[in-house]
Design a protein around this ligand. Structure first.
Ligand code: ADP
Length: 258
């Protein structure tokens, strides 16, 4: 009898648990979706006034009648901040959209090597400014089917980070391994910079996570870059991982289907 009673109690408790869990989960999901939608709407709505402010700051910046060096500096600072905010708002929009699959991929066949070359060429001045050697050794074409704009965005995020977190005279190397596994390719962005500890390697893909907030803020980061990179790779059914030791540089490795 005691056994039967405890079995009954177990079944009742479990059943009640399920109902409670069911009740709790629905509002949580709704609350989450509402929050996501709010982030998407807010960032979308912020874009227009921000571009108006940017245009106005440009008008001020081009006004020759503003002779005061102090005011000129104010305009330059304002421009920098508006630029940062514009980037933050468009990154936020991307993140909010990608969670709802409204971030649709437009796939086509293209030469990945060509795409990387273009990005590396565009980022060369940034590397030169920091006295960093940015390398991409030209190799035979690797044709993949993917969203070319998103893949370029992914490359920009990874190369930009490599340049940001590598001190002067360092080296950033981009490599493609097209033969390591059938139907798969691997893109590697390796730097000789500050590196990432094992604990932080699990966190850097979280939204707004920055290992060193003060330093990242100085370098113009907002902590969304790697969250977007991870979303882009996930949407392509690929994998993104890190190989790094603190103080010994970092390698970001992307695996994509061909
Ligand atoms: P941020 O805009 O701050 O660069 P990210 O999401 O792109 O944001 O990166 C998150 C954090 O991961 C960075 O703040 C930095 O601490 C760390 N990180 C990213 N890339 C590198 C790298 N190549 N080397 C060392 N740390 C990195």
């Amino acid at each position: 009898i005691l056994g039967l009673l405890s079995l009954l109690a177990f079944i009742v408790a479990n059943f009640a648990g399920h109902i409670m869990a069911g009740k709790a989960i629905i509002p949580l999901k709704e609350a989450y979706e509402r929050q996501r939608q709010f982030a998407a709407d807010a960032s979308h709505e912020l874009r227009t006034p921000l571009s108006v402010v940017m245009a106005s700051v440009d008008v001020l910046g081009n006004d020759a009648s503003i002779a005061s060096p102090f005011l000129q500096q104010v305009i330059v600072d304002m421009r920098d901040e508006v630029k940062k905010m514009t980037k933050l708002v468009s990154d936020l929009l991307l993140v909010a959209r990608s969670e709802n699959q409204t971030f649709k991929l437009v796939t086509e066949k293209f030469d990945l090597i060509e795409a990387i070359h273009e990005i590396v060429r565009k980022m060369q001045p940034l590397a030169d400014e920091k006295h960093i050697n940015l390398f991409f050794v030209k190799q035979e074409s690797v044709i993949i089917r993917a969203d070319i704009q998103r893949i370029k965005q992914l490359l920009i995020i990874l190369i930009d980070n490599a340049l940001k977190y590598t001190p002067g005279n360092g080296v950033v190397t981009v490599k493609v391994d097209g033969e390591f596994e059938k139907n798969k390719i691997r893109i590697m962005v390796r730097d000789t910079g500050i590196g990432i500890s094992l604990t932080d390697q699990h966190k850097v893909f979280d939204r707004f996570y920055r290992v060193d907030r003060a330093r990242s803020r100085d370098s113009g980061g907002n902590g969304l870059g790697l969250a977007i990179a991870r979303d882009i790779v996930n949407l392509h059914d690929g994998e993104l991982y890190i190989e790094s030791k603190i103080g010994e540089g970092a390698a970001f490795i992307v695996e994509l289907k061909k």
